[in-house]
Design a protein around this ligand. Structure first.
Ligand code: GLP
Length: 628
């Protein structure tokens, strides 16, 4: 275990922050491989406690690679999974038994009899005995050598929802509302998510000899900080790791974001005051003191651990003005650049004008959610705007939408003057209705159904784009293959995906790109497509258009940018926010966060207002992406 630096004093469990999930997963997989080999050499099986969810997927991919390329054998490995949804049988596509087969067991040489997962179908009156037997099996295997953990947004480990006691054992529990919301996309709607699960208890988990908790992305940042820096409490079951002698957290930079050493670094030691870090401190101070930036005093800085900044860049008066001007310069009504204006302090360059602008939308709704008002301005200001939906978004479309379409088509055909001329359409509609019935509520959508759902969403995107002044031929849908083959939380992009994005860039040669998705959850569609865009741009870096192309990042349904992260703030008038809301209303299936986008834009404006900037109705904000 690396020794802990002064910066980590707030964290009560040793924590390693990695640049990304791939590096963390590789380090942990190597450790597990060493453990397996050491135990096997001593003639003993290695006992692994395993987890599900998107978090361990990169870790499992690495174990599979070690098995295939470095001959790591799992013949003498025993596994115990943390949990299972109650009510799902092992073949259900969303059962954890199926997940483990798909993500790991089917790709390694573990004997089936060495795999242990709580049963989701044990009859109610046998649940207690089943759980007790699970505990006994763990003990008779010699206890768990290393337990792999993820963390839910409620702070749960396994499915130990808030309220689970320190000594709880394997049992049936009721799932928390937040947990069910988080699983809603897997089950196509919260109402389909099981209400119960069987999970190892906190006590069971703490009996393992070693614990390794992984977390990726900003969506986990708040709960990770609570578990690591907050009190040990039943309200956050991961906080019990603080009481284990050999536990640690492996997290990426997104998940580390709310840790004191990252968020308020001046409280834990000397800070190198980069422009961004300086802006963050001044903005923080302004919120903290509840005073606008220009009203902050030397005392404000001194009293809140920022005397160091003051001595370097003060006095307060000058520091305040500098940051105020920086914030002021982020505001522009000309996201594509203002032609013929001095652009020294403007976020976007004036020339060329008009610009070729590519707006990337991971799924068809994201761009409108994140930057509908800015699209509106870009179009109005004469730029050549294309909205590119990278995926069809078919997984978002409810069965009922496909059913509605097929039923209407069937009715149209049967009431036509010449029903015989409609025989193809009739067959198609019947086929779709049959597929829907066959697969049931949770079954996977076969390609034919996915195609229909994708087309339904395509129509909604065209409608929404139209509301923003964009014609259908300015809307491109790439239907990237990784999406069509995959499922939420388990996507894997490949070379054909990259090739399609690269081709699009080379054909259009944009002056400006807008994209989203680098931070919240690395397994999300937005994060995967963002990495593809980055790689495609890297592959084009020597092409003339590429070197001068600016790259703006917007936030879709995730946490809005904080003021110190904003490089361009595009104000919206009340009329524009109305138009954005109208465009959003064209989508049938929006999550509550997506529907709230206009409100979040209003909140951005209030934040700028609090800092002492001009008062606008709403603001869409962007971060300038520095290409790696
Ligand atoms: C479920 C699982 C947990 C997992 C959590 C987070 O609740 N029972 O073990 O840690 O989801 O899921 P994800 O890794 O997809 O964020």
């Amino acid at each position: 275990m690396p020794s802990r630096s002064a910066a980590e004093i707030y964290e009560r469990v040793p924590t390693q922050v990695f640049p990304g999930s791939a590096q963390a997963a590789a380090a942990l997989a190597q450790e597990v491989a060493d453990l397996i080999r050491t135990k096997n050499k001593a003639g003993k099986p290695a006992v692994l406690g395993l987890a599900t969810g998107s978090t361990p997927v990169p870790f499992y991919r690495e174990l599979i690679r070690l098995h295939k390329e470095e001959k790591l054998s799992f013949k003498n490995v025993i596994t115990f999974n943390l949990d299972e949804y109650y009510g799902l049988d092992a073949s259900h596509p969303e059962s954890y038994a199926r997940f483990m087969r798909d993500q790991l067991f089917d790709h390694i040489d573990i004997p089936v009899e060495n795999i242990n997962i709580p049963s989701g179908t044990v009859p109610g009156d046998q649940v207690f005995a089943h759980c007790r037997a699970y505990e006994e099996r763990i003990d008779s295997a010699g206890g768990i050598d290393i337990q792999i953990l993820g963390i839910g947004r409620t702070g749960h480990i396994g499915f130990n929802e808030p309220g689970s006691s320190r000594d709880s054992l394997t049992r049936r529990i009721t799932l928390d509302r937040v947990t069910r919301q988080d699983a809603a996309s897997d089950f196509r709607g919260e109402e389909n998510v099981p209400r119960f699960a069987i999970t190892m208890g906190v006590g069971t988990i703490l009996r393992a000899k070693k614990l390794a908790l992984m977390a990726w992305g900003e969506n986990k940042a708040a709960v990770v900080a609570k578990a690591l820096e907050g009190p040990v409490t039943e309200a956050v079951s991961a906080s019990f790791l603080q009481e284990h002698a050999d536990a640690r957290f492996l997290i990426d930079q997104g998940a580390a974001r709310e840790l004191t050493r990252i968020k308020l670094p001046w409280l834990v030691g000397p800070v190198s005051w980069t422009p961004r870090e300086t802006r963050r401190a001044v903005v923080w101070q302004s919120f903290h003191a509840k005073r606008t930036v220009l009203k902050l005093t030397d005392e404000d800085y001194n009293e809140h651990g920022l005397s160091d900044l003051l001595s370097e860049q003060g006095p307060a008066y000058q520091l305040n003005i500098r940051i105020f001007n920086q914030l002021q310069h982020t505001i522009t009504g000309w996201p594509g650049g203002k032609p013929d204006a001095d652009d020294t302090y403007r976020p976007e360059r004036a020339r060329p004008y008009p610009k070729r602008t590519l707006v990337f939308s991971p799924e068809p709704q994201d761009a409108v959610v994140g930057m509908g008002g800015t699209i509106d301005r870009l179009v109005e200001q004469g730029h050549d705007v294309r909205i590119v939906s990278l995926t069809s978004g078919s997984l978002r479309v409810a069965d009922s939408e496909a059913d509605k379409f097929a039923s209407t088509l069937l009715e149209l055909a049967s009431t036509a003057d010449t029903p015989a001329a409609w025989s193809h359409q009739t067959d198609y509609a019947r086929d779709i209705l049959h597929i829907l019935e066959e697969k049931g509520e949770f079954g996977e959508d076969p390609p034919k159904l996915r195609r229909l759902k994708g087309l339904i969403l395509r129509g909604e995107l065209r409608d929404a784009a139209h509301a923003l002044g964009i014609s259908p031929d300015q809307v491109v849908i790439l239907d990237l293959p990784f999406y069509e083959k995959g499922r939420y939380r388990r996507f894997k992009a490949a070379d054909d995906d990259l090739a399609a994005v690269k081709q699009l860039l080379q054909d259009f040669k944009p002056h400006q790109i807008y994209a989203t998705g680098d931070a919240a959850d690395p397994s999300s569609v937005s994060a995967i497509t963002f990495r593809l865009i980055e790689s495609a741009l890297r592959a084009c870096e020597f092409e003339e258009w590429s070197s001068s192309c600016s790259f703006w990042v917007y936030r879709g349904k995730e946490r809005p940018l904080e003021p110190h992260e904003i490089d361009m703030a595009v104000p919206m008038s009340p009329v524009q926010i109305e138009r954005k809301a109208r465009a959003l209303s064209r989508y049938a299936a929006l999550s509550s966060l997506e529907k709230d986008a206009p409100e979040s834009n209003r909140q951005n404006a209030r934040t700028y207002d609090t800092l002492g900037m001009a008062e606008y109705e709403a603001i869409e904000s962007f971060h300038r992406w520095k290409r790696s």
